[in-house]
Ligand binder design. Structure first.
Ligand code: AMP
Ligand code: MG
Length: 349
């Protein structure tokens, strides 16, 4: 299959491109498009056969459920069986935006979209291009991240092309995304609501609205210790090709330790990549050093995280050493993704 790649500007929504994307989705095809979090791989969520194509294109295990993207609250009422009060409160403040909520599904949602579950994940994105594509595609678009299963999520159209060219009908290229890590997932089908994946809408922000919000215990622990809440959470995500080691501690100690380990590895002929920050990159003495952002604003780190992991993939690095981050605010999402990408391989200094 030849993949059509069409560029489009946010401020100049080219109707031909949106119309074409909508037509492909309505006829059961696959279209990748930008959202504010990462690029999504879209299919008609209410067409079981179309949704199945997503699993085939990504090589995604079929019990890993998809998120349905909508653009309005009327659409939500069609696909869920009830909307708890907490969901209205959260939607009022954070929809449209980088937040997914889990509900009990209605009968029109096929099990092929939910990985066999009676619950459904729903998001209302804010990205203008995403909204235009969803509306043109019929209003219910299942869209996981547009990467080969297990690889870092795509934050630019070129990343989607690398992974899925020839396997999907179309890529709508709207330039780099703003946030860079996937949406926060909040399960509102349970009381109190529970965070299943951290993202740009943080626990602090949700607690302010709802009071009590729990966090799934498996998020920052080794996957094997407890059964995860959602089937998808058991899979190793976001993995670069090289082995990744996260070094945690006071920043000056971390830099020292990374310098020590990288020197040792390089002596053995191992090619080392280092994930540093604006504050530290000048202090590294060995290896292929990349600046991921500034410690002053960890949103910059979230934004570059997946692109940096992909760059190392392209540069044949064997071993990546990364600094660790605060774990507060969006730093929480960054640490969750780094731990998943490293298979929880962390050194404390
Ligand atoms: P992705 O769209 O690839 O970023 O991943 C979607 C993730 O959303 C899945 O891997 C699950 O962890 C989560 N998810 C989707 N649907 C449900 C659901 N019904 N219940 C719990 N988690 C879900
Ligand atoms: Mg994904």
């Amino acid at each position: 299959m030849k993949t059509i790649i069409s560029k489009i500007e946010k401020k100049q929504l080219n109707n031909d491109v949106i119309e074409k994307a909508g037509k492909i989705l309505r006829s059961g095809g696959l279209v990748a498009f930008p959202t504010e979090t990462v690029y999504g791989l879209g299919a008609d969520a209410l067409n079981e056969k179309a949704a199945q194509k997503i699993y085939a294109a990504k090589g995604r295990p079929s019990d890993n459920p998809l998120i349905i993207h909508i653009t309005n609250m009327e659409a939500l009422k069609q696909i869920v069986s009830d909307i708890p009060e907490a969901a209205y409160i959260v939607a009022e403040k954070y929809w449209p935006g980088p937040l997914t909520m889990i509900f009990h599904k209605s009968s029109i949602v096929p099990y092929g979209t939910t990985g066999g579950l009676d619950t459904v994940a729903v998001r209302m994105p804010s990205h203008e291009i995403a909204c235009a594509v969803i509306d043109a595609g019929g209003g219910y678009v299942a869209a996981p991240s547009a990467n080969t299963s297990g690889r870092p999520s795509p934050t630019r159209a070129e990343h989607v092309e690398e992974d899925l060219s020839g396997r999907i009908d179309m890529i709508v290229d709207g330039g780099p995304v703003e946030i860079g890590v996937e949406s926060t997932i909040l399960d509102v089908s349970v009381t109190p609501p529970m965070i299943l994946r951290p993202g740009a809408v943080t626990r602090e922000m949700l607690c302010e609205l709802l009071g009590d919000v729990e966090v799934d215990a498996t998020l920052f622990e080794e996957d094997s210790k407890k059964a995860p809440k959602a089937p998808g959470m058991k899979y190793r995500h976001y993995a670069p090709k090289a082995k990744l080691c996260v070094v945690e501690g006071a920043v000056d100690m971390v830099v020292k330790e990374i310098n020590r380990i990288s020197a040792e590895k390089m002596q053995k002929g191992i090619r080392v990549g280092i994930i540093g920050t604006e504050e530290t990159v000048g202090q590294y003495t060995h290896g292929n050093v990349k600046c991921i952002g500034t410690r002053q604003d960890e949103a910059t780190v979230a934004n570059r995280l997946y692109a940096v992991l992909r760059e190392f993939d392209g540069e044949n690095v064997d071993y990546i050493l990364s600094e660790s981050f605060s774990g507060c605010g969006i730093g929480n999402a960054v640490m969750n993704r780094l731990l998943k990408a490293s298979g929880h391989y962390m050194i404390h200094v």
